[in-house]
Write a protein that binds this ligand. Sequence first.
Ligand code: NAD
Length: 640
Amino acid sequence: MSLIHARKQGKIGRITLTRPKAMNALSAAMLAELSPVLRDWAEDDSVALVVIDGEGEKAFCAGGDVAEIHTWGTSGQVEKAQKFWREEYRMNAELFEYPKAIVSLMHGYVMGGGVGLGCHASHRVVCENSQISMPETVIGLIPDVGGSWLLGQAPGRLGEYLGITAGRMGPADAIFAGFADTYIPQSEWPALIEKLAETGDFNVVDTFGQTPPAGRYEPMMDDINAHFAGESMGDIVRSLRTQDTDFTSKCLDSIASKSPISMCATVELIHRQRASNLTIWKVLEQEYRFTHRAIEETDFIEGVRARLIDKDNAPVWKHESVEDVPPVLISRLLMPLGKDGFSKEEKGQTMKIGFIGLGNMGGPMATNLANAGHDVNGFDLVAPCPEKVNKAASAQDAAKDADIVITMLPNGAILKSVAEDILPVMKDGACLLDCSTVDVESARAVSEAAEKRGLLAADAPVSGGITGAAAGTLTFMVGGSEEAYKAALPLLDIMGQKSVHCGDAGAGQAAKICNNMILGVTMIATCEAFAMADKLGLDRQKMFDVVSTSSGYSWTMNAYCPAPGVGPQSPADNDYKPGFAAELMLKDLGLSQQAAESVDADTPMGKMALALYEKFVEDEDGKGMDFSAMLPRFEKRGRE
Ligand code: NAD
């Protein structure tokens, strides 16, 4: 029996989901029927637009068929589940990029997989009984099918709120949150479909649009923004605990029943998806990192058992609370999957990559590229060649046949000398991608020399440190032509979670040194405040609890707290072993002052930060320590 009813009706192609007893849940069989129809109609001139609706009163589509996935997961057929997710995500992306208008008529429950089917359409219609939600944290999953991206685009911190608490959106809420476009009472849908079939014109949808009854989330936005803006799930819970109101207690109750791993990963994913330049394919690739691992490494199987199979509603999660979930677990669950990953191409294209500079950062970055199936030839004067990278005899040897040469070197002078060596042997049209942190002038000089040789070039310094390099979660700030950025993007996507094209050659380095000037200054401010708080007799934990949720909030306080035993794990908990070494901060502050002088910018705080790190590294005991070791330095001192 067919699970969908696909037919042409006048000028439209109409798909009705016909599995009402299962609330039109999206199964593998249904997916196998849907995708080919959509692909055929994309190229069929007799279909002007597509309408998707669902049979039965209760639901447009109540989600992916997780009971089916649970059966596979508990009977040794994990690959079947992974294949289902990949195929579902492919359909989500194809809907998002569909060349014709799609009108989705979303009545009743629209959850998870139903959102993937209905909410990527170009014209999303809701009615009086629509209830849209991403309830994955209830069953130990993350908002997927592109849902983490939709949540990330919602106003303020509504996305975090809805993703964590699995909140349901009525019609006005769904429009407010960006999950739907138009409210049309269901009684008008037959007339709407008839008119669409007659005209083939999607503008008809607007003419039927009405004002929905008021929603509930818009008036709650002050509370939502105040408590759901933290860097991590831990920050959000801490913020909710600081107040005892109806809102905070309902949120905390809701959080207590959800999977801690799922909530932590949901916040991280939503934050990642806010990057402006992600394609739908990249969004889904990030979500798939979690779902690929969900059966074996997360709460997913237990969540489905408790909620949908045994229905005891008493899941035993792997962790008691979000504070028990190690941040490193979330990083690991969201690490790139290499050749197992989800991508637009069924099989990722293999590139030939030269990688020069295989130190603390370059080594793991090159390994991630090799793990993703690329052919990487690496060279370093000293550092060992990682296992999966081919060892080249020289920099020229690594560069000569490469489509892209990546450099990860200590400074601008070394970069210039390596560039002088390799540019003559690089093949025409290849790209030189420098990921080191160097001065803006060296970056521009190297880019100019590469372009003169007929090559593409980009400066793409990173933030995220050694952990980010290993986890493939770096942020790249890119300067160079659009063409160079496009050439580098597939590799940036593997080595990192986000890239921002900042402008022409040197713009990436400019962004990096501005960012790190802020970082150095804030770290000093955070450390001196902690040392002063000690002397005022204030408990460090209390200081953290207040500042991390007040206006003194910063990355150095919330994500990289310099006080041992306080806040998330950081180098302070490991005797200040770097992490990000004080001498690297000194280097970056030096670069920022060099740049400030060259353009006559007044940067008094940056200048003082440079002087302080200089003293710390050169005259005191800062060398070889993490840059957050400023705190023990301040502890020992009185006013000068
Ligand atoms: P690193 O010293 O560990 O690595 C640099 C490598 O370059 C070394 O292994 C060195 O042998 C090699 N090298 C030097 N000259 C060479 C040459 N002529 N040919 C081939 N190899 C050569 O440093 P790292 O920590 O990997 O940092 C690399 C770059 O990334 C730096 O510019 C740094 O500022 C930047 N960065 C580092 C971090 C971090 O946390 N470590 C964070 C962001 C940015």
